[in-house]
Design a protein around this ligand. Structure first.
Ligand code: AMP
Length: 611
């Protein structure tokens, strides 16, 4: 059965390619009933769907004292301080070289107040944008929450970005303040400073061996002497709080605007989808430069009052197992690329660790292979619970919940309060809801949950195009089975997911085009067993340049320098010319089909001489 929706948007609905069979290939994981186990926060999914309301969920939060509104930082920190959680560790930071720093909720309240006072002292106003650029260090968390207290709009930047992605985002977001570290400032920001006239204040966290840089403010001098008291001004739940950049197929990165009310989703999903309980020690491995690292690395664990482990080091299996053991982590939220790297080392590598505290494991950000779910069961005695969401949705939307059977390979079922659907375009260009099971289409969500983005900054038209009537179109292709579980199929557009990072091909192509030898560039995601996809570029050279190994290396180096290693292509192929549509757009779809040896599909929009 189909129901018609309003609006229209370009998507390509491809053949299911045996995906339907996936649903039966791996047996579902039925969790044994264990009366001694911690009961799930949401014991009965069907009942929760019937009774859930967002107004009710709001009751999980306090609101600012005196009915002065809703502020994320108050919910995450201050409200716990008069109560029994005040002296509980809010953040347990584990430094790269073995250092440890713990902040109780009381400490975090004082530290974030100091930062809010420091911003006020600089004349920073409500609504001003504060960017944060650092690895996983406590100052980043303090700055983010302190800026939210001062009602600034916070925008996290990924510390592995090169100068171009940083400059683009700081410019679009009109960053007035930037918090960063001494080495990141020297390497990445100082060379850009002259091109960022709106950037007034750069607050630098000092590092050993780094001299203070001219034109920056030293964190310690600016923040440490501030008063530990601060009163959060009245905050409307619709006031802007976070600006998260994401990528599309074309054009500049998009700044998804989120408001303070998003904290309702963060809190509810922390309880339902991550099953956070009061005494939990939670570890989210995501980088704060991306939305998971903010929503679940900072906000959700704190609003739920648990202890959150923040580990600075990059992935290393032995280090990670050591953290799970030594910190007695009970809830672990990680990502498929890391899980695949652990799988490669085998379940044996896990055996020597005491992981008896570990109760719930979840994964997000890219497709989680069913084998990885099953491997979790073998290695850790429990499956990874895949869940799905994206920058625009602000919080988890679809999940394998603790009380549900896990279907390996499926993203799970929609959160109570979220209505999801699979939609297709009919020949007239309208969208239709597909009710039949295991039919591929675009995943759509009925708008209206608290953490839904409120817009793309300065990009009204791009935002409008995300909707068909009341339905938000996610840009992902998926299927729903007869029991209501959703199965990820792929992206409807050309964006690339590499090691969990969303990369816009346009940004990569633009950087390549800046090289004097490049006439045309087309960028695709090439499937990779470990990273999910890697960034691959095809370039056509200008007259006078000939393909060579030396030029390929030069182009790879050029892209890495401009974009950073995560965004830059890992592979570059030369081509005499690149296929374009009649309107002049590079046909990445065709480049990809050729790369993978797949049928080239409908080429009717290709220029005839290039077919
Ligand atoms: P981002 O906005 O960077 O968080 O990326 C969101 C995109 O990541 C989604 O639109 C999906 O394409 C992908 N994604 C996130 N979670 C999953 C998942 N569990 N399975 C498959 N893809 C996912």
């Amino acid at each position: 059965m189909h129901a018609r929706l309003a609006g229209k948007r370009e998507t390509t609905v491809s053949a299911p390619e045996g995906r339907a069979a996936l649903a039966d290939r791996y047996p579902r994981i039925i969790k044994p009933h264990d009366p001694s186990a911690v009961p799930a926060n949401m014991p009965d999914y069907a009942a929760a769907r019937r009774t859930f309301s967002w107004e009710g969920a709001r009751g999980l939060l306090d609101g600012l004292p005196g009915g002065r509104g809703l502020n994320i930082a108050h919910e995450a920190v201050d409200r716990h301080v008069p109560g029994p959680r005040a002296d509980r560790d809010a953040i347990r930071w584990l430094g790269r070289s073995g250092e440890r720093r713990a902040f109780t909720y009381r400490d975090l309240k004082a530290a974030t107040n100091r930062f809010a006072n420091a911003l006020s002292g600089l004349g920073v106003q409500a609504g001003d944008s504060v960017f944060v650029l650092s690895g996983r260090i406590p100052e980043l968390i303090i700055a983010l929450l302190g800026a939210l207290k001062a009602k600034c709009v916070v925008s996290p930047l990924f510390s592995a970005f090169g100068p171009e992605p940083l400059a683009t985002r700081l410019t679009i977001g009109e960053g007035r303040v930037l918090v960063t570290t001494a080495s990141l400032y020297r390497r990445k920001i100082a060379p850009l400073r002259g091109s960022l006239p709106k950037l007034e204040h750069v607050i630098v966290v000092p590092e050993a061996g780094e001299a203070p840089a001219a034109g920056t403010l030293d964190w310690r001098r600016l923040v440490d002497g501030q008063s530990p008291d601060f009163t959060i001004p009245p905050t409307d739940p619709e006031d802007r709080a976070l600006l998260h950049f994401t990528s599309g197929t074309t054009g500049r990165p998009k700044g998804a605007i989120h408001v303070h009310e998003a904290v309702v989703t963060h809190t509810v999903t922390g309880r339902c989808a991550l099953d956070l309980h009061d005494a939990d020690v939670f570890w989210c491995t995501a980088d704060p430069g991306w939305v998971t690292g903010t929503s679940y690395g900072i906000i959700a664990p704190l609003t739920n009052g648990v202890t959150s482990v923040v580990a600075e080091a990059e992935f290393d299996a032995a280090t990670w197992y050591g953290i799970l053991q030594n910190e007695r982590v009970s809830v672990w939220y990680t990502a498929p690329t890391a899980i695949r790297m652990m799988m490669k080392l085998g379940a044996e590598a896990v055996r020597g660790y005491d992981l008896s505290a570990l109760r719930f494991m979840a994964s997000v950000g890219e497709p989680l292979n069913p084998e990885a779910v099953v491997w979790g069961q073998q290695a850790f005695g429990r499956p990874f619970h895949d869940n799905w969401w994206q920058t625009e949705t602000g919080g988890i939307m679809i999940a394998n919940f603790a009380s549900m059977d896990v279907k390996p390979g499926s993203m799970g079922k929609p959160l109570p309060g979220i209505e999801a659907a699979i939609v297709q375009r009919d020949p007239g260009g309208s969208f239709m809801i597909v009710d039949d099971p295991m039919v591929e289409g675009e995943l759509a969500l009925k708008a209206g949950w608290p953490s839904m983005m409120r817009g793309y900054l300065h990009e009204e038209e791009r935002y409008r195009k995300c909707f068909a009537g009341p339905w938000y179109l996610t840009g992902d292709l998926a299927m729903r089975d007869s029991e209501g579980y959703y199965w990820f199929v792929g992206r409807a557009d050309d964006v690339i997911k590499t090691s969990g990072h969303l990369i816009g091909p346009f940004e990569v192509e633009s950087a390549l085009l800046e090289h004097s030898a490049v006439a045309e560039a087309g960028v695709i995601g090439k499937p990779d067993p470990m990273a999910g996809e890697i960034v691959k570029a095809f370039v056509a050279l200008k007259p006078g340049f000939a393909p060579s190994e030396a030029l390929r290396r030069d182009l790879l180096g050029h892209a890495r320098k401009r974009l950073g290693a995560v965004v830059a292509p890992k592979e570059i192929d030369f081509a005499a010319t690149l296929p374009r549509t009649r309107s002049g757009k590079i046909m990445r779809r065709l480049l990809k089909a050729r790369e993978l040896g797949l049928p080239e599909g409908d080429l009717s929009t290709l220029e005839s001489d290039l077919r």
